[in-house]
Structures are given as C-alpha cells and as structure tokens.
Design a protein around this ligand. Structure first.
Ligand code: UD1
Length: 434
C-alpha cells in the first residue's frame, strides 16, 4: 500500500502511523483559521500596498495560494514567525489556471478579488475536497447583480464588467463562499450593496475585518444582513487571523476520544459553543478560560444526536471527527448532514477500523463499539483524514493513514501537536525503497 512508481523507482507515499490507546494530556496551541486565511490572501490582491498577515497557519492551502499570487506578480514573503507579507501593488494579471487552483476549493475567492480590482477575472473552476456537487451559482448570481457578465468555457469562469455597481442580493442559502466573494467584489463597487441571508461564520467576520483594515466599508458581518459601501481604492495593512475553530474542535474531540485531559489554547471559546455543548452532553467535563478550553474525559461516552447546520449550528467540518468519536460511545448515535449532500465517503474507512455505522441518505447511524482496531486506511478528504486520526488514537494496535496530503491542507504540524500531548504518531514516507 501507499506506493507510487516513478521512472521504475518505487516510492513510499507519506503516511501517518498511529499506535493507539495512549492517554492524552497537556496543551495544544491552535493555529490561525484556514477558512479565514484562504479568503484573506486573495483579498490582499485588491490592496495597493503591503499587507502583513499574522497568526498565519503553515498549511498546504496557504502555500498553494501564495504560489498563485506569486505567479500573477505579487511579491510574497514568509517571514518565519507565522506571518506573511503580500505586496500586490504591481500585479497586472487577473488569471488563475487550473494547474494553480486544482488543489484548493477556496480559489473561487480569486474571482471576487480580481473582479474588484480589475473588473475582470479568469479563474479555473475550483478543486479541493470532494463531498458532492459544489455549485457556485450563488457567487455568480451575486457578481451578475453587481454588473458583471460571465461565461464558463473549458472549465474556466470568465467575468467582466464595465463597472461594478452596488446592488441588493438575497442568497438562496447562507453560503460562506458566496457571502465572502460578493463582499470582496462589492468592496470596490460604486455605491451600496446589501447581502441578505448572508452566512455568519467567524471567518466571514474575520475577512470583513481585514477588508475594513484595508479601507473597505463593511457593516453587519456576523449577522444575516451585510452592508458594503464601495470604495475606489484599498491600501495595505497589518492583520492578525483569528484562531481556527475547526482545528480547535478536532483536538477537543481527540481529547474526548482518548480519555484525556487536554487544554486547547489560542482559541475563541465562543466559537466552540456548538461542539462544547455536545461534548458536555456525552459526558466530558469542559473548563473555559479567556482563550482556552480544557477538555477532561474519562473515555466513558454517552451517545447523542448531531445535526450539522450553518453557524452558529454544529459545523459540518466537525461532522466526520464527531462520527469517529461516537464510534466509541456506549449506545446508538444519529448524525444528520444538512449542509453537504455527500459527506459520508470516509465512513467506509472508519468501518475498516471496526466502526459500526450505517448510512441512509444524509443520516448516519453509529452503533458504539467496545473497541476500534488499528488498520490501513486512506484519507478521502481533509476532515475525513482528521476523523481517521481520531479513530486511530483510540484504536488497539497500529493505524496507518494514507493520503496525508489532504490532512496537510488544513492542519499545521499535526503529528507534532499530537505528540506533544502524548500521542504516538509518526509521519513516514516519500523515500525510495527500490
Ligand atoms: C465553506 C468552507 C467549508 C465548509 C462550508 C460549510 C471555506 C473555504 N470552506 O465552503 O469548509 O464545509 O463552508 O460550512 O470556507 N451552495 C450552492 N450554491 C452556491 C454555493 C453553495 O448551492 O453557489 C450550497 C452548497 O452546495 C452547500 C451549501 O450551499 O450545500 C453551503 O455551501 P458553502 O457555505 O458555500 O460552502 P463553501 O463556501 O464552499
């Protein structure tokens, strides 16, 4: 397993090897939010001047976006202390090819940013995690309302506008991507834009705060009506990204799973409310500090029901990790996925580890098992990978997880952070073996 053959040489792909059943204890420091930074880096395209982005997570999605910005002429520099300087003053291109965007779903934000700055954009349809159809009709409808025409040919979205004019847009559903994308373009439109039924996720507020630091005029981010008064130019600024709610949640669930006593630090506890409530319901003890939550678990877990919903509901991006956790509960749990139509592909992998789960449409029924058992599995996407790591931490014996590239898209130094709290996790691979 996990081999590729290149020029007759067998290469062992990178994978994580976990020896389970180690109790976790200690502190984990949470990185900056992936879903904020993947919007904020494209937003920096609209600024004439230097943007300094702090609390930057060193994850693959960031590297991919920085490569894309460098390709179009932005000057980007990682400064080594979790910060990134982007100077987009002299960029002239407004194109991103499939090659540069195929790995990352959030490359759709390049559309809004190019459109805002150049009134034109040519961006290949986004790649990224595959959990069913991922349409961008609401993004395009928003751009059209601002005055842009678009065509989609050979997988490339081409947008252009004589000028962008503020408009009143009611989203069919509170789409995170559409809300941010429209906010980006509308920041540099003439007049006022209202986005109604807007998404309210913390990274929407963070992106709006960043844009406002650049000179944009955005009010209401975090509520379902956002008002954007367009400006003609944006300038550079320094900005610190918020902590990653999903990374924090992943480590909280890991602590619950491994019968541990773990404090996640550098977080905004309020963002964790939907998960904290569930963890308490299933028998964990939580202690909240100003920027931390301590999770204490005996490993003796009760079953529950979980329904994913837009913020402030239970995040879909923690659904796979929660399913893994509930495999170890004493009884039957029911998880309903309300955001994505097909986000249960990873369940076959959890079953390899002994999970007893049945899926019917958008509902997964999880029968808790006495003991998960280590096995060879593959991450099918970013959060699916996190779920397998969590299951591996509790499983008896060794779990080997392939396709680590998915996990690296969104988790900075996952094996280091887990080892620091007592897990036995190694990264093995990319070596020639004959
Ligand atoms: C963002 C997150 C992703 C998370 C998701 C839901 C980023 C980079 N990614 O993805 O991790 O799982 O929010 O919290 O922030 N939809 C449409 N038409 C559209 C747009 C969306 O029908 O034009 C539908 C989608 O199919 C989905 C729902 O709306 O069923 C929510 O999608 P959306 O909030 O847009 O997700 P993303 O922004 O892609």
């Amino acid at each position: 397993m996990y081999y590729t053959v290149e020029k007759g040489v067998r290469k062992q792909m990178e994978h994580l090897v976990i020896t389970g059943q180690k109790q976790l204890s200690g502190e984990v420091f949470i990185s900056g939010a992936k879903n904020a930074v993947v919007a904020i880096i494209p937003a920096a395209i609209m600024a004439k001047g230097k943007c300094v982005i702090e609390n930057l997570p060193y994850i693959e999605d960031v590297r991919s976006l920085v490569d894309t910005l460098t390709n179009i002429g932005a000057v980007c520099e990682f400064t080594g202390d979790n910060s990134l300087i982007i100077d987009s003053s002299n960029i002239e291109k407004y194109c991103a090819t499939y090659e540069s965007v195929k790995k990352i779903r959030a490359s759709y934000y390049l559309m809004g940013a190019f459109l805002g700055r150049f009134k034109k954009a040519e961006v290949a349809m986004p790649g990224g995690c595959n959990f069913g159809t991922r349409p961008i009709d609401q993004h395009l409808r928003g751009f059209k309302a601002l005055g842009a025409e678009y065509t989609i040919q050979h997988g490339v979205v081409k947008l252009s506008a004589e000028k962008l004019t503020g408009s009143h847009i009611y989203l069919d559903m509170p789409s995170v991507g559409a809300t941010i994308n429209i906010m980006l373009a509308a920041s540099m439109a003439e007049g006022v834009t209202l986005i109604e039924n807007a998404a309210k996720e913390p990274h929407i507020v963070d992106t709006a705060n960043f844009l406002n630091m650049l000179g944009a005029k955005i009010k209401g981010a975090g509520t379902d009506v956002i008002k954007i008064t367009g400006v003609s130019e944006l300038h550079g600024a320094e900005y610190m990204i918020i902590p990653d709610q999903i990374e924090a949640g992943t480590y909280m669930i890991a602590a619950a799973m491994a019968g541990g006593d773990v404090t996640v630090r550098n977080i905004i506890p309020k963002h964790m409310d939907p998960l904290s409530a569930k963890l308490q319901e299933i028998g964990c003890m939580l202690y909240e500090g100003d920027d931390s939550i301590r999770v204490v678990s005996t490993g003796n877990l009760l079953p529950t029901t979980v329904k994913t919903m837009a913020y402030p509901g239970f995040p879909t991006d923690l659904q796979p990790q929660m399913t893994a956790l509930l495999c170890a509960a004493n009884g039957t749990s029911i998880l309903t996925e309300n955001v994505w139509e097909n986000r249960f592909q990873y369940i076959n992998e959890l079953k390899r580890l002994g999970g007893n789960i049945t899926v019917e449409g958008r509902v997964a029924v999880v029968e808790g098992v006495r003991q998960l058992m280590g096995a060879e599995v593959n991450a099918t996407d970013l959060r699916a990978g996190a779920a397998l790591v969590i299951a591996g931490l509790a499983a008896k014996g060794t779990t080997t997880i392939g396709n680590v590239k998915y996990i690296d898209r969104g988790y900075e130094k996952i094996e280091h952070k887990l080892r620091a709290i007592g897990a036995d996790v190694k990264r093995v691979g990319e070596k020639n073996i004959g």
